[in-house]
Design a protein around this ligand. Structure first.
Ligand code: G6P
Length: 613
């Protein structure tokens, strides 16, 4: 899972390639490299620079080349799958000084191809699956094929997923790209043609794109862009004009993107709701012109997602079922690999910040093949694969989320899901009065979120007690159990403290054995019908010498004492309280990570968008 950006222009391309890689760093940040067409005194045609670590390191390594006039190049940021993040494994890979290639994806049958190529005399310099492609293209060129034919015959031999950019030393004004299973867009510029894993990488040079489909090949030569299918038959793809702005993704005054994104939540929530509620109801058509006709026939909902998005789905299950709509939620990687009994008139709802998570895309495909009736995506990236592949969409409008730990994408997913619950369940058990009550709560949501965020320094003060701990437990009940799960995920992914969430009622069935003074226990305690039961669980922890940190509703009536610290959160209606209660947990995790000195926005071993299975 990696990011690629390639350019052929009549201007120097190095600055664009570096900027593009920075935008794609969310896809992986183990190592990065660039190859420019730039004949060297020693006879090499490519100037290749590769470095292990972040793009900033590559940038320093390229400092001497800043003035390179090279007008063609390919670049890559890597999230290692085959082979450790070492210089040798870093892309671009080169064959015999003649062909250079970058790749996002995984080649499943690389071992067989590698054996064949070794037999044919090729010497491998990396442990990657990618390197087989560059040697195979070289072999095809030596057989007399043109570069386009060489790429075509190579990709025809591949099994797996690829988005590649290829340069040939003999054709300095040409780059070829091909994709299957990994995303690729082609930027249409006044001064050239470009390839990237997503549009954000190229917004500084163009807003016009072709979005390639599986099997497509693009040939960019002397400013001319030609698209073909895998059999080299010309194909037409509509020009897509991106509305994304290049500015929204800047850090500004904040120390980290995660903090910025937590602080943006009230605005993001307001944007999610804008134009979608009116008076006492959610408007018709928020998911597409005919959504009400479809929703009125629904008999079930199947939610599919990964990571934080999956936890949003678990909250939504409580909401859908409260108002009479059967709802199942499953992790996408599990959903895609088993047989299904397909319920009648079931809407598949995929949840995804990026819209590019390969397991979620794969699960949607499996669902449609299995015969699920309709699909809807709740997604944050309008131009993403998931949005393009779904019948209906409900955009979350959180704006670019750069921090790997998802924050505003989660709360806006929840707000969007609550809109969806109204749009769907008013055909079931949701009465007009109940819908009006939810709409009233939703209107208050942005201000309530802002109020909780403004108390950041209080949550910061709690962080110290976690900084020397190895483990933590998070407890919740009902629709706040997924909030405990998301709180635990935030803590573990950015502070590296092992954190587990339990449905509070399960405490006595095992995890209570772990509780002692070294195991902080965090509970989420809204003022709802489950509060009395949760209080019993809190007492059980205290009785074993455990230390509790309870985020409680103002009206929850839980006593502060030396083993139980209560942090009162605004009194809030039960339906929207999961959206409010996650905010202190996000801030707590952030401040613990600050004390621990981790790389908050780019935690080790993770990536923002996971495009491998
Ligand atoms: C990665 C990210 C998470 C995200 C998950 C699902 O693991 O680090 O923040 O929740 O992928 O991503 P999606 O884009 O599909 O919501």
């Amino acid at each position: 899972m990696c990011g690629i950006v390639c350019a052929v222009s009549d201007k120097p391309v190095l600055p664009l390639l570096i900027e593009g890689l920075k935008k794609l760093e969310y896809r992986g940040y183990d190592s990065a490299g660039v190859a420019l067409y730039d004949p060297q005194p020693d006879g090499d045609q490519f100037a290749r620079t590769r470095s292990v670590g972040r793009i900033a390191k590559l940038e320093s390594a390229l400092a001497k080349k800043q003035d390179s006039l090279s007008s063609a190049g390919i670049a890559h940021t890597r999230w290692a799958t085959h082979g450790k993040p070492t210089q040798f494994n870093t892309h671009p890979h080169v064959s015999s000084g003649k062909v250079a290639l970058v790749h996002n994806g995984i080649i499943e049958n690389y071992q067989g191809l590698r054996d064949e190529l070794i037999e044919a005399g090729y010497v491998f310099s990396s442990e990657t699956d990618t390197e087989v492609m560059v040697h195979e293209i070289h072999r095809q060129l030596s057989l007399g094929h043109d570069l386009l034919e060489a790429v075509q015959s190579t990709v025809k031999k591949l099994r797996g997923a690829y988005a590649i950019g290829v340069m040939n030393a003999d054709e300095p004004r040409r780059i070829i790209g091909a994709r299957s299973g990994s995303p690729m867009v082609v930027g249409i510029g006044d001064n050239g043609g470009y390839i990237a894993s997503d549009m954000s990488a190229l917004l500084s040079v163009t807003h016009d794109f072709y979005v390639l489909e599986d099997g497509d090949i693009v040939d960019i030569q002397d400013g001319k862009i030609t698209l073909t299918d895998i059999n080299l038959k010309p194909v037409k793809r509509a020009v897509f004009t991106s509305q994304q702005s290049d500015e929204a993704a800047k850090l500004g005054e904040y120390r980290h993107y995660m903090l910025k994104e937590i602080h943006e939540q009230h605005q993001a929530l307001a944007d999610t709701l804008e134009g979608r509620i009116s008076g006492t109801h959610v408007l018709e058509g928020i998911c597409g012109a005919d959504d009400q006709a479809l929703f009125s026939q629904l008999e079930a909902i199947q939610i599919i997602a990964c990571g934080t998005s999956y936890y949003a789905g678990l909250v939504a299950k409580h909401w859908f079922e409260k108002y009479g709509m059967p709802c199942q939620v499953e992790i996408a990687s599990e959903f895609r690999s088993r047989k299904h009994v397909v319920p009648n008139n079931c809407l598949v709802v995929t949840l995804s910040q990026s819209g590019e998570t390969i397991d979620t895309l794969g699960a949607l495909k499996v669902a449609m093949e299995a015969g699920f009736a309709h699909s809807l995506s709740v997604c944050n990236v309008p131009e993403s694969s998931l949005v393009r592949e779904s019948d209906l969409v409900l955009m979350t409008r959180a704006g670019p989320e750069i921090g790997v730990a998802s924050t505003k994408a989660f709360t806006t997913q929840l707000a969007a899901l609550l809109l969806l619950v109204c749009a769907v369940c008013r055909h079931k058990n949701l009465s007009e009065e109940q819908q009006a009550a939810i709409v009233t709560e939703l209107r208050e949501l942005p201000a309530l979120a802002a109020k909780v965020v403004s108390r950041a320094s209080e949550f910061e003060a709690l962080a110290e007690q976690f900084s020397d701990k190895q483990h933590a437990l998070f407890l919740g009940r009902g629709s706040h159990y997924p909030i405990a799960m998301e709180g635990a995920l935030k803590l573990k992914e950015i502070s590296y403290i092992h954190a587990e969430a339990y449905a509070a009622g399960e405490l006595k069935h095992g995890p209570l054995a772990l509780v002692d003074e070294n195991m902080p226990v965090v509970a989420v305690a809204p003022n709802n019908s489950l509060l009395e039961k949760l209080k019993v669980n809190i007492e059980a922890v205290k009785a074993r010498g455990g230390k509790m940190l309870v985020f409680a509703d103002e009206e929850a009536d839980i006593e502060n004492d030396k083993n139980c610290q209560i942090i009162k959160i605004t009194a809030v209606d039960n339906i929207i309280s999961p959206i409010i209660f996650i905010i202190p947990l996000q801030l707590l995790a952030y401040y613990v990570a600050l004390i621990k000195g981790t790389d908050v926005d780019k935690p080790r071993n993770l990536a923002k968008s996971v495009t491998v299975e």
